[in-house]
Ligand binder design. Structure first.
Ligand SMILES: CC(C)(COP(=O)(O)OP(=O)(O)OC[C@H]1O[C@@H](n2cnc3c(N)ncnc32)[C@H](O)[C@@H]1OP(=O)(O)O)[C@@H](O)C(=O)NCCC(=O)NCCS
Length: 186
């Protein structure tokens, strides 16, 4: 059996990060059908309620139990409303390196929620889980995602040429990382 991340709930000042469940399906369908989400993530198009239900009840959980990573529903700590997702993927257990990905729902954007969730996930991975590096890849044209990386404390390292794929075609990717030394003083 490969190593796996434990089923986990994370708290921040404003957010509760928890596993997806079937009640997240409709909001997930709307968020993943959104034009900006579809522009930057190679999700199915159209993104149907069947895709959303499968992600919320099966796929996101299987990606944890397979050892690939862990995926959180980012919710409002007060109301419980789904605001987005943040997750780990392509985890290299021997190297203690993982990669973060996210989207936020259109109704949650511009309030710093994704940066807050990404920082919390990074602190958990590099702290409690003892990992050595969290990588983040953002298309060179995706300014909002790059701002999330910077606000969450990641350092920009360089460009991976022609490394990404979105519906519009191939894209260059900025590579960012968060390492344990970046958390010093917190
Ligand atoms: C990227 C994304 C997750 C950001 O979510 P968010 O919750 O709005 O993120 P935050 O509020 O934490 O920060 C967004 C930052 O980007 C900035 N921003 C948003 N749109 C921008 C634009 N078009 N140009 C420049 N900056 C922009 C915001 O002003 C904010 O920065 P600030 O706090 O310095 O003002 C969201 O835009 C999204 O879901 N995009 C589609 C999916 C996606 O791109 N996923 C990542 C793939 S790598």
């Amino acid at each position: 059996m490969p190593p796996v991340f434990p089923e986990t709930v994370l708290h921040t000042d404003r957010l509760l990060l928890r596993p997806f469940n079937s009640e997240d399906a409709d909001a997930t369908r709307i968020a993943c059908s959104d034009e900006l989400t579809q522009q930057w993530l190679p999700l199915p198009a159209p993104y149907t309620i069947e895709h959303a239900t499968s992600w919320c009840t099966e796929v996101s959980h299987r990606l944890r139990t397979s050892g690939d990573g862990i995926h959180f529903a980012v919710t409002d700590a007060g109301s419980g409303q789904l605001l987005g997702t943040v997750g780990l993927k392509k985890t290299d257990w021997p190297a203690q390196v993982s990669e973060v990905g996210y989207w936020s729902a259109p109704w949650a954007r511009g309030r710093g929620m994704t940066a807050e969730a990404t920082r919390a996930l990074g602190e958990w991975l590099l702290g409690e889980q003892g990992f050595q590096r969290l990588q983040l890849l953002a298309a060179t044209g995706n300014t909002a995602s790059q701002r999330v990386a910077e606000k969450a404390g990641f350092q920009r390292e360089g460009i991976l040429r022609n490394a990404g794929y979105v519906h519009g075609g191939r894209v260059d990717l900025f590579v960012f990382s968060l390492v344990p030394g970046d958390l010093a003083g917190n």
